[in-house]
Design a protein around this ligand. Structure first.
Ligand SMILES: Nc1ncnc2c1ncn2[C@@H]1O[C@H](COP(=O)(O)OP(=O)(O)OP(=O)(O)O)[C@@H](O)[C@H]1O
Length: 338
């Protein structure tokens, strides 16, 4: 019997710095400015941040596809710079772009991946059948992948990364562009395989709900560094009290100054017709908020109270609101007054 000893910390990045050349006569782009985090074996760890925050660069360094300018990283107990071959054997990598051959069937793609990883024909066949069943692709297993829907093709991408039973799986934005149903199926499967196979998953995403739903722990990445890390619950509970959100009939720059005079309300931000603030007691704060706006002649169309969300945490740490529309590739980063 082969006993595989697993490191307790499956992923560790320490002070990673990475700069890219931007071409002649242009200043270099600093993608990572001292990024650090660690993830325990058998957990799902999320890197959450908008496009350009440095998530893919981190994944590339940890998966040995790129080399950091400075800093260090260990994956499954191996140093990425000193033992890249051991790291490659231990990981599966699902990139943002499809890794499958559209002119082959799902079965052919999986068998090829298995054989490239040195699996026996018999083992590869059994594993391919298992993954095809698990991802609900049995009816389409012998169809050309070029005819698959976006959701089916993405599931096959993930299956491909799992063929050789990696200890650590890198999932770079696994559900970008998928419809809500395909996203929830993917979430279900990622959570299940992390539990069933005692696998560590590093997930990058710009979807708040995806990070909230899937990640045991997560790091919020902004401009190449980690600005906050913890479980989604820990991060949310750091924000005291309730979020107050007021919708105005029309954008009115005076609203912020008016609400700053309401003692119950703090951390007031404005975004178009939406004014947000925080309060220790939402029920007590709402009447004076509405009265102050009414006195100033500012018309309110609705007012809501909510427990802190991951977007509130994101806003608190970065000064931006990360509003990712479900199923949309574009991430809107709304600058708000601090
Ligand atoms: N090969 C490259 N050459 C030059 N600049 C690069 C290169 N790769 C990434 N960058 C820049 O580095 C920064 C970080 O990019 P990175 O892809 O790591 O971010 P990201 O958070 O993964 O975003 P996305 O979700 O869009 O992949 C960005 O400003 C990007 O333009």
């Amino acid at each position: 019997m082969v006993v595989v000893r697993r490191a307790e910390t499956a992923l560790e990045a320490v002070d990673l710095v990475k700069t890219y050349s931007a071409g002649r006569n242009k200043p270099p782009v600093t993608a990572l400015r001292g990024l650090s985090f660690s993830a325990a074996t058998g957990t799902v760890f999320g890197l959450l941040g908008p496009n350009g925050a440095g998530k893919s660069t981190t994944v590339k360094i940890l998966s040995t596809l790129s080399v950091a300018d400075s800093g260090s990283a260990r994956v499954a107990g191996f140093d990425v710079a000193a033992e890249p071959d051991r790291v490659r054997q231990a990981i599966g990598f699902v990139a943002q772009k499809p890794g499958t051959d559209p002119r082959g069937t799902a079965t052919e793609n999986l068998l090829l991946a298995g054989r490239l990883h040195g699996m026996s024909r018999r083992d590869a066949k059994a594993r391919a059948r298992e993954l095809i069943g698990r991802f609900g692709l049995a009816d389409a297993a012998d169809r050309l992948v070029g005819t698959y829907s976006g959701g089916m093709a993405r599931k096959l991408d993930v299956a491909l990364g799992l063929m050789h039973r990696p200890q650590v799986l890198f999932l770079d934005e696994p559900t970008t562009g998928l419809d809500p149903q395909a996203r929830s199926e993917m979430w279900h499967e990622i959570a299940r395989m992390a539990g069933d196979e005692q696998m560590t998953v590093l997930l990058t995403t710009h979807y708040l709900d995806e990070a909230d739903h899937l990640a045991d722990r997560l790091a919020i990445v902004d401009h190449g560094t980690v600005v906050a890390a913890g479980t989604p619950e820990e991060l949310k509970s750091e924000l005291r009290g309730d979020a107050v959100q007021v919708e105005l009939a029309e954008a009115d720059g005076r609203a912020r100054a008016v609400l700053q005079r309401v003692p119950e309300l703090r951390e007031i931000t404005m975004d178009g017709c939406t004014v947000r603030g925080r309060t220790d007691n939402g029920a007590r704060a709402l009447p004076p908020v509405l009265a102050a706006l009414d006195d100033a002649g500012i018309v309110v169309t609705s007012a809501t109270l909510a427990r802190p969300s991951l977007d509130d945490v994101y806003l608190q740490h970065t000064g931006h609101s990360l509003a990712a529309a479900a199923g949309d590739d574009d991430v809107k980063v709304l600058e708000v007054a601090k």
